[in-house]
Design a protein around this ligand. Structure first.
Ligand code: IMP
Length: 180
């Protein structure tokens, strides 16, 4: 039987289990390790959603690196408001550095495109995007992620950092909204 959770008024079915996530995150970390060996990259993780992904990704990146956080909001419930608000800006100088922007999910691409633009103005040596989940069908902005954990359909998902109105971030798995 499918594992199901209820958050507020919505039901969600298990979509990616802990093992699938761990395996894919390890693969991505390996790829990053190969691309950034000896380059001491700075991972810039977007709060709150990318907390677990950034933590697991950097812990599996077995070379010197730095980890910083920024916080932006654009979502209310299951819908993007279309407006990006910076809640916590970058506290680190990234001029001339290799930067990897770490997102939980790229949906319309608004968040990642906005943050990418702001970071690019700080003149890093290189700037790439790593995201655990990517909804290519929802994309409305030109920026494309370089490292993708899983391409998914245009469904609303929770767990492993992703929330529905504040709930679900602590789930170790990813769950998909049940369409009624
Ligand atoms: P975008 O700006 O439309 O690409 O949305 C990016 C942000 O919206 C993500 O960082 C998430 O915080 C949130 N988001 C987008 N899709 C989902 C989802 O399916 N579940 C939970 N949060 C989501």
């Amino acid at each position: 039987m499918t594992r199901r959770v209820k958050l507020w008024d919505k039901y969600f079915d298990l979509f990616l289990d802990e093992e699938q996530i761990a395996q894919r995150v390890q693969e991505l970390a390996k790829e990053l390790h190969k691309d950034y060996l000896g380059k001491r990259p700075i991972f810039v993780a977007v709060l709150n959603g990318s907390i677990h992904f950034a933590s697991d990704l950097t812990r599996n990146f077995h070379d010197k690196c730095e980890l910083n956080f920024v916080k932006y909001t654009s979502y209310q419930g299951t819908q993007s408001t279309g407006k990006l608000k910076c809640v916590l800006g970058l506290q680190e100088n990234i001029f001339g550095r290799h930067v990897i922007l770490v997102e939980d999910i790229v949906d319309t691409g608004l968040t990642v495109a906005g943050i990418f633009e702001e970071l690019a103005m700080l003149e890093p040596l290189s700037l790439r995007i790593a995201t655990l989940l990517y909804k290519p069908k929802a994309r409305r902005h030109a920026v494309q992620p370089d490292y993708v954990g899983f391409e998914i359909a245009n469904d609303f998902v929770v767990g492993y950092g992703l929330d529905y109105n504040g709930l679900g971030r602590n789930l170790p798995e990813v769950y998909r909204s049940v369409v009624d």
